[in-house]
Design a protein around this ligand. Structure first.
Ligand SMILES: Nc1ncnc2c1ncn2[C@@H]1O[C@H](COP(=O)(O)OP(=O)(O)O)[C@@H](O)[C@H]1O
Ligand SMILES: [Mg+2]
Length: 205
């Protein structure tokens, strides 16, 4: 297990794990002395200085994004962020707190054999994610890593609402095609990026 259930970051006590990405573990956490629950994104410790530096840039970029962009119903709701000192001499992880709604990311929904997603619901989620992205673009930003694992399906009672998350790769520009180089997840690159002149496409997961 990569966490102790009694672990505390700042004022948040870890209850269970919700997911993880390349740079973070995301936990269900409770604000101390309350029964309020949040999703807590905790920076992973990377093995070397260079990777840690890159990870710090990504977290600083994500926090700057939430502080700049007004909330929108189809974006994950930011609460606060802090650096957690004292975890170890070399590791003071960035932590980002989000509103928690029961649910999971769209990739987990799509690959769960026990869950069939009706076409109409899939289209609704797609539309919601697109509207969230339009809000990001209208604020002069590009997300640069749109994929099902970065779309949270929040709340289940009426099928859930799609909310974009993971704004660590955002760029303050919504036009320059050169800004999409060296960003994103290869499996989800658009065809025009894969099929550049004379190149054969190749995929890494
Ligand atoms: N609010 C949330 N509710 C449930 N799961 C979440 C939430 N936020 C993130 N996750 C899970 O954690 C994973 C990693 O979060 P993400 O912000 O994409 O981190 P990374 O930057 O490391 O990719 C997501 O793919 C998802 O599975
Ligand atoms: Mg992610």
């Amino acid at each position: 297990m990569d966490f102790a259930s009694s672990q505390v970051y700042g004022n948040y006590k870890i209850l269970s794990k919700l997911g993880q990405g390349s740079y973070s573990h995301v936990y269900l956490a409770e604000l101390l002395n309350t029964n309020l629950r949040y999703a807590l994104k905790v920076q992973k410790q990377k093995k070397n200085k260079e990777k840690m530096k890159r990870s710090n840039q990504i977290f600083e970029n994500e926090i700057a994004f939430y502080n700049r962009i007004k909330h929108h119903p189809f974006l994950i709701k930011y609460i606060e962020s802090f650096e957690c000192h004292g975890t170890s001499k070399w590791y003071s992880p960035f932590c980002i707190v989000f509103e928690y709604k029961e649910g999971c990311d769209a990739h987990k929904k799509m690959t769960n054999p026990e869950e069939e997603i009706p076409e109409q619901l899939g289209l609704t989620w797609f539309t919601q994610a697109a509207l969230g992205l339009a809000h990001v673009h209208s604020n002069g930003c590009m997300h640069r890593d749109i994929k099902p694992a970065n779309i949270i399906i929040a709340g289940g009672s009426i099928g859930g609402i799609a909310r974009l998350c993971d704004f660590g790769s955002t760029k303050e520009d919504n036009q320059g095609a050169e800004n999409t180089i060296n960003a994103g997840t290869q499996r989800y690159f658009p065809p025009e990026k894969l099929f550049t002149k004379g190149d054969l496409p190749f995929l890494k997961s």
